[in-house]
Ligand binder design. Structure first.
Ligand code: ADP
Ligand code: MG
Length: 836
């Protein structure tokens, strides 16, 4: 490259300090990008590529800078924003420039890039000998938490729940995770993971969690370059106090994300979401992914939901008030990050405006359960009321986006400002009077006093009257058929107006800044109120849904029983006529094997049981007429042999990974639903594994288990094991037709009706007839009946698996799945297959 201009030197220096970000270089009215950055802009956002001294360059107008930044963020880029730090007109030599902020996916604050219903987490992970530490900051709200995770499964589970948009790792951990963590990865040097950065030393948090938190703070400081006053005190949390939902279960139960892209109505989140605010929606989402284990806490939520569900008028009043509320949490974030303009202050004020009414509606209910009482208390804090009063009526209805433009303060708010405006009006009146006066003095009746931005005030005289112009008129501007003049008196007015206006704008800015400072001093108070609103919105949403969808309050039992009367699937019941079903797994009955034809309703039945239990533990009422439930420590859902290929792993491999997770982690206090396990492989493989897994769950683990299967043979387990019971979904045969009753009944299904389903689906008669004949043949020659004789209590299904001493059987019997890692389990499976 040829020698650089001083400006290019400046650019290169700034760029070198931010090598992994696209540098937006403030140049006049544009942000310019150079070199590779320019090419990226051209490629990703169709910005026109030009050149400067032969180097590629691309520019975007400053006014539209934010939208370009957001578009780049969404594509996973970081943007370093470099501003001119002085007015180029006044600067001598090279204009001073600085990077004022680096915008990254995890530190975004702009509404254009944030999802209102979802937290935007910046996470950091650190590991030492004691295990993993995880910190998570949502910079848009200030929520800052950290926790410890003993093993990688726990860690990845929590990361899947948080779904960070950016994650900070050491290069060592990044190599190890090899792209298996969500979000954009930013690698930081190890010394950035410094626990001493965390203020006022947090007790109760292990070292690696503090290190992770330290990295988050370091990164925010580096990227924000300035004021961040709203990061909350680091809140430690313990994963052991929440129900552990692994990523498979999260996905299979479609808690917050549909299995198929775009079908968002299929999620539990969608059904439960009647929230009125973004903060409520975020609260609900977090709650769904972290069901509680503490019975008192659950009952406290249920008490609040019950109170709110009881009164429809209260529901409507509160919903209406909340709907008028803006995102207090994120507004407070903007305040804390020094990104609050007049428009946002107005929204903040309007939101605070709603709080007293909300608190009053709550207290008018009467005696409140503790959770609602606490919310009412936080909302009626006198500090909030004072804050609201201080800014109330301050801003005009449509303030400018930038406070420096002036014209934002409402008349009547500040006396001195009003006096200034009064003065300006008085001078303007004098100017208007001047026109009459000068017409009289000069005798030019067409003489006009006017104003333009460039020349200021003037007196305009048409060319025909130029001879009548007095000598004290000084020429200012010449037009085609007129001349414009200035006289001393007018000049005096002009100067006085300019002065008063300048003072008014400065005063407005000062009033605005004072208001912000006042608000900023109360950020913790605002955050507490925002949190109370979020929680109320969440509880109210559960109450509205409970009432609308006729849910019932679940009861928890200490016994090892699970009893649901007339249970429904919360999603399916909303889209079609639904047949409710009971479920009774009493003490001593742990595993239900569920058979029934395709399309009869097995999968729905399984999921509804899992969803009802999960809903209960987030404090929601449930779709049933009665539900007596155990307090579950975990829910596992292995549903459907989907033909999705995830990162090259085969369906069967996926299934085994998921199954391994279950067998390694489930306890007697867990609920396991297994749907069509073994489908991804050959019949005998599948059946053997299904058999072994069901038996493991029924004997060693004793988790409450629902096992839907198309392997009729599995129902024989019930004969062998007292803890296993059989259920089937009933169908009615009418001639050759099958009617799906969707009714779950005790016992074993009569047949699989696959051919009937094939007929329903419209396969040609000739083909279904052929299939029927073949099926009859198979059944006639089936080697064994449905009920083989047993050989004692620990009977193996000898007839199915061949000789007792088959080497594969021997090895299988020795295996303790509890001690196997998912990988070891897989390896073993491959070995066993080989031997077979
Ligand atoms: P299976 O797993 O037995 O093949 P599914 O559980 O997938 O069957 O159910 C198939 C369809 O039957 C569902 O998509 C739903 O439309 C309907 N269905 C299932 N259970 C019920 C029910 N209890 N009441 C009404 N319709 C149901
Ligand atoms: Mg199914």
């Amino acid at each position: 490259m040829a020698t650089n201009t001083p400006m290019m030197e400046q650019y290169l220096r700034l760029k070198a300090a931010h090598p992994d970000a696209i540098l937006f270089f403030h140049l006049g009215d544009f942000y310019e990008a150079f070199f590779e950055d320019a090419e990226t802009l051209a490629r990703e956002l169709d910005v026109v590529l030009t050149s400067r001294n032969g180097n590629p360059m691309a520019g975007v107008p400053i006014r539209r800078g934010e939208s370009y930044v957001n578009a780049l963020l969404k594509r996973g880029y970081k943007v370093a924003i470099c501003r001119q730090m002085e007015d180029p007109a006044k600067a001598t030599g090279l204009v001073k420039r600085e990077v004022v902020r680096v915008v990254t996916p995890g530190t975004a604050l702009d509404d254009g890039v944030l999802d209102a219903g979802q937290n935007n987490y910046l996470c950091a992970v650190y590991r030492d000998g004691s295990g993993f530490g995880l910190a998570a900051l949502d910079l848009s709200t200030g929520e800052f938490t950290a926790t410890a995770a003993a093993d990688q499964d726990t860690l990845t589970g929590e990361l899947a729940r948080l779904a960070p948009s950016e994650i900070l790792l050491t290069s060592e951990l990044n190599d190890e995770f090899a792209g298996l963590v969500p979000g954009a990865v930013t690698i930081l040097p190890k010394q950035q993971f410094d626990p001493r950065r965390v203020p006022d030393g947090q007790f109760g948090l292990p070292e690696p969690a503090l290190c992770a938190a330290g990295a988050v703070l370091a990164y925010v400081e580096e990227t924000q370059k300035g004021l961040v006053a709203h990061i909350q005190r680091l809140r430690p949390y313990n994963l052991a106090t929440r129900m552990d939902i692994d990523p498979f279960t999260m996905r299979n139960l479609e808690l917050v994300k549909p299995l198929r892209e775009g079908e968002d109505r299929g999620t539990l989140l969608h059904v439960l979401d009647k929230t009125a605010t973004g903060m409520g929606r975020r609260y609900l989402r977090r709650a769904i992914l972290a069901p509680l284990l503490d019975r008192d806490k659950i009952e406290a939520r249920l008490d609040a939901v019950a109170t709110l569900a009881a009164d429809e008028i209260v529901q409507q009043t509160l919903t209406a008030a909340l709907a008028n509320m803006h995102d207090l949490e994120r507004l407070t974030g903007k305040l804390g990050a020094g990104r609050m303009g007049p428009l946002n202050l107005l929204l903040l004020e309007k939101s605070l405006d709603q709080l007293p009414a909300v608190a009053r509606t709550l207290t008018a209910i009467g005696t409140l359960p503790p959770l609602l009482a606490a919310i009412a208390h936080d909302l009626s804090d006198p500090g909030i009321t004072a804050l609201q009063a201080a800014v109330s009526g301050m801003l005009v209805d449509q303030p400018p986006a930038d406070a420096r433009d002036g014209g934002l303060i409402r008349p009547g708010f500040d006396e001195s400002l009003d006096r200034l405006h009064e003065e300006i009006r008085a001078i303007r009146a004098q100017i208007a009077a001047l026109e009459q006066k000068e017409r009289a003095r000069t005798g030019i009746s067409s003489l006009k006093v006017g104003y333009n931005r460039v020349f200021g005030y003037y007196i305009e005289v048409t060319k025909t009257h130029l001879s009548q112009v007095p000598p004290d008129y000084h020429r200012r501007q010449t037009l085609a058929n007129a001349e414009r003049f200035i006289i001393d008196e007018l000049k005096g007015y002009e100067q006085r107006i300019a002065l008063a206006q300048e003072r008014a704008v400065a005063l407005e800015l000062e009033l605005f800044t004072q208001a912000l400072d006042r608000m900023r001093a109360e950020i913790p108070l605002l955050q507490r109120a925002a949190h109370a609103v979020a929680k109320l919105d969440f509880l109210l949403s559960l109450a509205v849904v409970a009432r609308r969808n006729r849910y019932v309050r679940p009861r928890f039992t200490d016994r090892h029983t699970l009893a649901i009367k007339a249970g429904r699937h919360p999603v399916v019941e909303l889209v079609e006529e639904f047949v409710p079903n009971d479920l009774a797994l009493s003490e001593g009955t742990d595993v239900a094997i569920i058979t029934g034809p395709n399309m009869s309703g097995k999968s729905v039945y399984l999921r509804q049981a899992a969803l009802i239990c999960l809903m209960a533990q987030i404090g929601s009422f449930v779709p049933a007429t009665d539900a007596e439930l155990p307090l579950l420590d975990r829910i596992f859902a292995r549903v459907g042999a989907s033909d999705m290929l995830v990162s090259g792993i085969s369906t069967f491999m996926m299934e085994m990974l998921e199954t391994a997770t279950i067998l390694n982690r489930a306890t007697a206090a867990s609920l396991v639903i297994l749907d069509e396990m073994g489908r991804g492989t050959s019949t005998y493989d599948g059946l053997s594994i299904a058999w072994a897994v069901a038996k493991e769950l029924a004997t060693h683990i004793r988790a409450k288990t629902l096992f839907a299967t198309h392997y009729q043979e599995l129902t024989r387990l019930a004969d062998e094991l007292p803890t296993v019971t059989n259920l089937h979904v009933a169908v009615q045969e009418v001639g050759k037709e099958v009617v799906f009753l969707h009714r779950v009944e005790p016992g074993v299904a009569a047949g699989s009706y696959g051919v009937h389903v094939a007929r329903l689906a419209g396969l040609p008669d000739r083909v279904t007839a052929q299939a029927e004949a073949v099926l009859a043949e198979f059944l006639a020659h089936a080697p064994r009946g449905p009920h083989p004789e047993h050989t004692g209590s620990d009977a193996q299904p000898v007839s199915l698996f061949g000789p007792e001493d088959h080497p594969v059987m021997k090895r299988l019997r020795k295996v303790d799945p509890n001690t196997l890692t998912p990988l070891a389990a897989l390896e073993l499976l491959f070995q066993l297959k080989e031997e077979l």
